[in-house]
Ligand binder design. Structure first.
Ligand code: 13P
Ligand code: ZN
Length: 284
């Protein structure tokens, strides 16, 4: 089927108290792996790309890949701009066929974050494209931006942010961080429950790589409806390529190690989908 937006799938997840897995893709093999995992588990799925990935290959290329792969699949697939860093990039993604957009103003003071986010909602919504905003900090390094501050989302600020921007979903700071965890994160689980009660829109957990399955599931039980996985996919991909090339020093066909990497990513994505509880939810 054609790419769908993330709106209905996230609302269904909120209602059903599970989460849709959102997986960062860097190339064709990862796009294929993610969609194949979704098909095998009959799960709705979000493929997402960051700005640095879109400097590596264009939004048009990813939109073409995702749309072509989704067309032959019976599960709902959304293509999402992850951590959009400018309205211009959000507009470009929209133009090229992305069906979901994040604009990340979480490093800005509240008023400036609202001022950045609202116009993006204003040009996406008339096109039917839902927007994810972020409030509070997800620590660590995502893409080119390093964030030392593990700031928790303030519920009063969140209420104002959602009301004044009209975002469709909200990434929240509850103690997770992007990248590899140097030490065990301290998650503020109670804050998720509080935010779910105060906000009517789906909540998004960033930085899920390296979290224990039980921690991810606890976050979902408290009210997270979308969980982002990136670092782990890159690690699984690269580990598979490295293993194959070390084992077969004479190998030179990119299809050979590409296929090994694709299988490794597919296996990992299926595991994470099971943790998120979205397996079997393709028709929700
Ligand atoms: P990880 O790389 O820690 O999985 O974070 C993913 C993420 O939040 C993408 O936006
Ligand atoms: Zn993130």
């Amino acid at each position: 089927m054609p790419l769908v937006t993330s709106r209905a799938m996230l609302l269904a997840a909120r209602e059903g108290r599970y989460a849709v897995g959102a997986f960062n893709a860097e190339n064709m093999e990862m796009v294929q792996a993610i969609i194949s995992a979704a098909e095998r588990l009959q799960a709705p799925v979000i493929i997402q790309t960051t700005p640095s990935t879109l400097r590596y290959a264009s939004p048009a290329l990813f939109a073409g890949l995702a749309a072509a792969a989704a067309r032959h699949s019976a599960v709902p697939v959304a293509l999402h701009l992850d951590h959009g860093d400018s309205p211009a990039l959000a507009a470009r993604a929209l133009r090229e066929g992305y069906t979901s957009v994040m604009i990340d103003g979480s490093r800005l003071p509240l008023d400036e974050n609202i001022a950045l986010t609202r116009p993006v909602v204003e040009f996406c919504e008339p096109n039917g494209i839902p927007v994810e905003g972020e409030l509070g900090h997800v620590g660590g390094k995502e893409d080119d931006l390093e964030d030392a501050d593990d700031g928790y989302t303030d519920p009063d600020e969140a209420e104002r942010f959602v009301k004044e921007t009209g975002v469709c979903s909200l990434a929240v700071g509850v103690g997770t961080a992007h990248g590899v965890y140097a030490k065990k994160p301290v998650l503020n689980i109670g804050l998720i429950s509080l935010l779910r009660r105060r906000l009517e829109i789906p909540l998004v957990l960033h930085g899920a790589s390296g979290l224990e399955d039980a921690a991810v599931q606890e976050c979902i039980a408290r009210g997270i409806s979308k969980v982002n996985f990136a670092t782990e996919l890159r690690q699984a991909y690269t580990k598979a390529v490295r293993a194959l090339l070390l084992e077969q020093l004479e190998a030179f066909d990119p299809k050979k190690y590409g296929a090994a990497a694709r299988t490794a990513v597919e296996t990992l994505v299926m595991e994470r989908m099971r943790v998120c509880g979205c397996a079997g939810r393709a028709r929700d």
